[in-house]
Design a protein around this ligand. Structure first.
Ligand SMILES: [Zn+2]
Length: 194
């Protein structure tokens, strides 16, 4: 009898645990706050800390969502015209989605028509690392995050003034935060008009 009771409670416990983990995954999937979930699981993510991040690929694989891992660590490329940032004109700052390092300001963003978010200048010299890329029989300059060395995209010489550069960046490795000042001004303007 005791054995049966024990068996029943084990089965019940297994069902409960399964149910619990199931609801967790669905919550994560349906969450509109996917970006915040990414950051909670990522101990190195910071907008302030500029100390270099050096994790093994194993560790990155554990903390990054697979689409971010593929572009950032495997030097992949997202499909063109798929990023929500490609056409965005919102005022704010673009950060590295892997480590939170500030990369580009929205006022250096321009419509390049190439299918990926494009900027003509990074926030600072330190925010980006450059490397020559000879893959696919092309001579290109790869751009990486200055803090975590994640692959971001490439830079080309056909951009607009003042730099003449086009930083062609995979949107999946970008995080955007609206400028609080700009948002405040916008709201005030709307208030005074109504
Ligand atoms: Zn980074």
């Amino acid at each position: 009898m005791n054995k049966l009771l024990l068996y029943c409670s084990i089965v019940l416990l297994a069902v409960l645990l399964q149910d619990c983990s199931y609801s967790q995954t669905t919550d994560t999937k349906k969450s509109s706050d996917m970006d915040n979930m990414k950051k909670i699981n990522n101990p190195v993510y910071s907008h302030q800390d500029s100390t270099k991040v050096n994790l093994s690929e194993e560790e990155w694989k554990k903390i990054l969502p697979s689409d971010v891992y593929y572009v950032a660590r495997m030097k992949g490329t997202e499909r063109p015209w798929t990023s929500k940032y490609e056409e965005s004109k919102e005022v704010g700052t673009y950060y590295c989605a892997v480590c939170g390092n500030p990369l580009f300001k929205s006022d250096t963003k321009f419509e390049s028509g190439c299918g990926w978010p494009s900027f003509y200048e990074p926030i600072s010299k330190e925010s980006i690392i450059y490397a020559s890329d000879h893959s696919y029989g092309m001579e290109r300059t790869e751009v990486m995050c200055g803090r975590c060395k994640s692959h971001l995209g490439h830079v080309f010489n056909d951009g607009p003034p003042p730099t003449g550069l086009r930083y062609c960046i995979n949107g999946v490795v970008l995080d955007f935060e609206k400028a609080k000042e700009a948002e405040k001004k916008y709201n005030e303007k709307n208030k005074s008009h109504s």
